[in-house]
Write a protein of this length. Structure first.
Length: 262
């Protein structure tokens, strides 16, 4: 469901308990998903992207996954479409799936609803704001995904410089989301204490903050592959707390909603 009322513009994510608690992903707001390294944050964001692309044909999105190539990002979506792990060229060749992959890419990118963007190493990191404005105003994109936010400041020098840059960027992202009415969704690495790495301002400026939790060292394989959502901040709607869970299929390399008690 896509709601376009005067009070709230949001899209459902495919995680029912999160949608019930937060009314889905909000346009006009800056949303932060946070977790420690290795929890599966990128895959979670890809799950959201695929759900919107396939369940909400009226919506356009843009994505930038900084820790992988544009091709890898696209093949990740293809794996959801074909329900098979086709994230590498060798896996595609092994499955003799070249034509299926081609057809899936055509399907996922039709109607100019999926945009991939990036910054070069020599670009000014603050230029991401210009990209967002262009994607929103010139391309009609309603949701912009990028991650991890700390990597934008990778070349900023010491921790103090990174903190100052990320604090300024977070303020401007929250204002830009409200100005353009676009949903800006990012991911943040956390320290061992659960705080967002380098800059607490990221969390402070986000309208919605969701912590992703997974016991990646569990001896139980089901528990090891289960990611739980915990909403810690929910400015647009209010309620916080447990917000559903997803399970990772190691064969298809995809996430799916998992039902059951927390």
């Amino acid at each position: 469901m896509y709601n376009n009322s005067e009070s709230h513009v949001y899209v459902e994510t495919g995680v029912q308990e999160f949608d019930d608690l937060c009314m889905g992903l909000m346009q006009g707001h800056f949303t932060l998903f946070k977790a420690q390294t290795g929890i599966g944050k990128t895959e979670f964001m890809r799950y959201l992207e695929y759900h919107i692309l396939t369940k909400h044909p009226e919506i356009s999105i843009a994505a930038w996954h900084m820790e992988e190539t544009k091709l890898r990002s696209l093949l990740g979506l293809v794996s959801y479409e074909l329900k098979d792990n086709l994230t590498r060229k060798d896996l595609i060749a092994q499955a003799s799936a070249e034509q299926k992959v081609h057809d899936a890419i055509v399907k996922l990118t039709k109607d100019e609803r999926l945009y991939q963007f990036f910054l070069n190493d020599e670009d000014d990191p603050i230029d991401i704001l210009g990209h967002i404005r262009y994607l929103s105003q010139a391309c009609g994109v309603q949701y912009i995904f990028f991650e991890p936010i700390q990597d934008i400041a990778a070349n900023m020098g010491g921790d103090e410089s990174k903190e100052q840059f990320l604090a300024d960027l977070s303020v401007r992202l929250s204002k830009l989301a409200a100005e353009l009415g676009v949903g800006i969704v990012t991911i943040g690495h956390t320290n061992d204490d659960g705080a967002v790495k380098y800059c607490r301002m990221i969390e402070q400026r986000a309208s919605v903050v969701v912590e992703l939790q997974r016991d990646k060292m569990s001896e139980d394989i089901d528990e090891r592959n289960t990611t739980k959502l915990l909403v810690t901040k929910n400015r647009p709607v209010g309620p916080t707390g447990y917000a559903g869970q997803l399970t990772f299929n190691t064969d298809s390399f995809t996430l799916s909603e998992k039902y059951g008690e927390y």
